[in-house]
Ligand binder design. Structure first.
Ligand code: ADP
Length: 244
């Protein structure tokens, strides 16, 4: 019995089967990378795990409890599944540090942020996260002055602040420079090593850098599963994905 088990997970959109009877077992503390051509169903799987999309049928067992079809708030709050979205979640009118603080204290405290004195233990936690995401020197600036890569790290920091057990990252390096991409890999490997991670990614060098086990999806189904070497030497994966 794995920590996170997808069983016959299936979703249809107006009769079109985007994810078809996917079975996947992810162990606690594992880093699983999902790759595959556009439209393969990778994001939709993350959407179902995080509650954004309800499966048509199938189950998602987390520690043996079925979370399939539960709403996103409950999945993140009660089941501790964190998500970094492709789009931005940063508050641009707050400093880098305040953004981390809001994520730490829970978004409901947003309005309180400016009226209460920051408690010492919160400040320590903020500093720890800023250190982890390499933004200590930028803590007092507004996010607009960050590079694209730094903004992505801030978003990762905001996910970390919520202390999830499972973190899903959908194309965390999209739009990053090669240097930022590499640093993101280091961040994932060092800072998130105790978390269970599901990472959707296209950049094959980055996939090589971070991956333990890779699941290749194509047309809503699992095409192959294995290490980077297994996957890159699999003729079917090369034909369907790596050659394109
Ligand atoms: P990937 O992340 O692998 O690129 P997606 O999971 O985004 O693929 O999409 C899988 C398929 O499901 C695509 O054909 C996409 O157009 C379709 N799809 C995803 N979400 C919806 C939706 N809300 N309504 C209709 N079709 C969708």
């Amino acid at each position: 019995m794995g920590y996170l088990e997808l069983k016959n997970l299936t979703v249809e959109f107006s009769g079109f089967r985007a994810v078809n009877e996917v079975n996947m077992t992810i162990e606690k503390g594992e880093l699983r990378t999902l790759i595959g051509p556009n439209g393969a169903g990778k994001t939709t799987i993350i959407d179902m795990i995080t509650g954004k999309t309800k499966p048509t049928y199938g189950s998602i067992l987390l520690d043996d409890k079925n979370i399939a079809g539960k709403d996103a708030y409950e999945i993140s709050d009660k089941f501790k599944v964190g998500r970094k979205f492709q789009g931005p979640n940063i508050f641009d009118y707050m400093t880098v540090e305040e953004n981390v603080e809001v994520a730490l204290s829970g978004y409901s405290s947003l309005l309180k942020t400016f009226t209460y004195r920051r408690k010492k233990n919160i400040q320590e936690k903020i500093d720890e996260i800023l250190e982890q995401i390499n933004l200590k020197d930028e803590k007092e600036i507004l996010p607009n002055y960050l590079s694209h890569g730094q903004r992505q790290w801030l978003e990762i920091g905001m996910v970390l602040a919520q202390n999830p057990e499972i973190i899903t990252l959908d194309e965390p390096t999209a739009g990053m420079t090669a240097d930022e991409t590499y640093k993101t890999g280091e961040l994932i490997l060092n800072v998130m090593k105790d978390k269970t991670l599901i990472v959707v990614e296209h950049d094959i060098d980055f996939v090589k850098q971070i991956s333990e086990k890779i699941t290749v999806l194509s047309q809503g189904e699992i095409l192959a599963e294995g290490s980077y070497d297994d996957i890159t030497s699999n003729p079917e994966v090369v034909r369907v994905y790596l050659k394109t």
